[in-house]
Design a protein around this ligand. Sequence first.
Ligand SMILES: C[S@@+](CC[C@H](N)C(=O)[O-])C[C@H]1O[C@@H](n2cnc3c(N)ncnc32)[C@H](O)[C@@H]1O
Length: 287
Amino acid sequence: MGVKMLSILQKFDRVFRVKINTILLTDLERIWLEKLLKKSMAQIGLGEIELNEDCYKTFIAGINQLNLNYPLDYLVGNVNFLGKNFLINEHTLIPREETEYFVKYLKEKGYCDGELLVDVGAGSGVIGISMSHDFKRVICTDISKEAISVCKQNTRLNGINNLTCVVANCLDNKLLQDSINEANDWSLVANLPYLPIREKKEAYINKVSYEPDIALYSGKDGLDIFRVLVLQISQLKLPSVLMFELDPNNINKAYKMISDLGYNIRIINDIYGRCRFVIGQLKNAGV
Ligand SMILES: C[S@@+](CC[C@H](N)C(=O)[O-])C[C@H]1O[C@@H](n2cnc3c(N)ncnc32)[C@H](O)[C@@H]1O
C-alpha cells in the first residue's frame, strides 16, 4: 500500500478503524487528511479514527499521489481566491497568489469599474468572477472548453448572474465582439499562458507538470498568444483599460506593444518584487 504512517486497528463491514501516526505526516498530507475529513488536526487528535471504505481508499490514493508531487489543490478540487471558493481540475491552472494579489490591487486602486469586463484566458474564472461585482457585465473567454465548463460551474457556485462564458481563441468570437461593440466602454484583463516553451523541460522541477500545457506555454518567447491578443484588440474598439499578468522577462516587449496601441502604461511588481503586471489606460479615454 506504500503508506507507512497508517495501520488498521479494526475492520468492520465497509468501515476501518485506523491509527494514523500523525507525526509522520508531511504538511501536505496533514492538510489532505484535514480536508478529506473536514476536521482540524486538533479534532483528529491522536489519529485513531474511523474511515468508511470509500474515504479510506481516497485517503490512501491521495497520499500516493502526493508522493508523486501531484498538487494538493487538484486532489482537494477547490481553492480559495479572495474569499471565494473555486472548483479546479486538471484542465484549469491552479490560481497563483500573484494573480490574487493583482486582482486585489486592481480592486483597491479603482480599476474595477465600468460597463463590460472581458477576462481572456479565464481558466477557472478566478479573475472575472472576483471582479464581477464591480462591472455591469463580465465575459470570460478561454480556448479550452473544459476550462470554460469549470468557469461556468464556479459562476453558479458563487451566485454570479452577470457573467457569460465563451469558448474562444482570445477575442475571436462574434457574440463577444458584438457585446464589445454594443458597450459604451469596456475593459480587458488577461492572464494568458506566458512561459517560453523551452521551460517545459523544467516542468517537474518547477512543480507545474500536472497543469495543462495550454495554460502555461506560449511559443518560443512566451508571447505568441499575447501577440495574437494585441492584434485582435487593435482591430476592435479599443478598451479603456488593459490589465495583464505577464512573465517579468517580457514586460518591456509587452510595454512597447501596448503603448504602440495608444495606452499610458503602469508596471506593477508582484509580491516578490518582480515586474509582472501591466496596466494600460487609453490615452484619449481621459482616465
Ligand atoms: C495562465 S492560465 C490563467 C487562468 C486564470 N485566468 C488564472 O489566472 O488562474 C491561462 C489560460 O488561458 C487559456 N488559453 C490558452 N490559450 C488561449 C487562447 N489562445 N485564447 C484564450 N484562452 C487561452 C488556457 O486554457 C488557460 O485557462
